[in-house]
Design a protein around this ligand. Sequence first.
Ligand code: ADE
Length: 235
Amino acid sequence: MLITLVTIFPEMFPGPLAHSLTGKSLGKLWELKIINMRDFAPDKHKKVDDTPYGGGAGMVMKPDVVHNALKYALSFYDKPPKIIFMSPRGYVFSNQTAKELSKNQNGMIILCGRYEGIDQRVIDHWRKHHKLQEVSIGDYVLFGGEIPAMVVIESCLRFIPGIMGNSESVNDESFVLDLLEYSQYTKPAIWKEYNVPSVLLSGDHEKIASWRIAQSKQITQEVRPDLWKRFISRK
Ligand code: ADE
């Protein structure tokens, strides 16, 4: 799977994605191409932004620069990739979105915005002609889309066969069943004044499985009543 990032901070990548399971599989199960939007600025000062029409704080990224960078990114694909624009104004990303995005074998292009935003016309154009999707990682605002892009990439890669060491864990974890994950323990069995729950030492796999499900339910009810509601309404 080819993932192409379009950014004005190419040096931020691969960053954390070069480590752990994403790093080990980089160049084998997935490829990363990084496109510097500044290379597409037509003037000698490499200007990628300008003041907003109508006034106001901050700068807006120029439509021609973003458009030419996206066109260049698209030239690396034989079949249409998913095109994602990281923005706090987008649909909120979830594990379900990650699963759907990762199903597209053609890969994806991720556009990272900065400053106050990107000229709306280029977003509208790419939505209309290339099905660009605007995606937010949550209800908070960051300085730009680079860190959100890393979040999206890592969570999508978890669904690519062969990337996870243990293929079962991807289906076993929080959000897959609308339940948060049960608590985990390792050696030693006694640490400070805390004991590992005795059922986990029993060797009785059925009992352990039902204890874990009960735990998941209890934690979800306490911490995420919204998920709990969805879980019980699905039954
Ligand atoms: N850029 C700035 N904030 C963002 C967010 N919450 N999600 C995606 N992209 C962003």
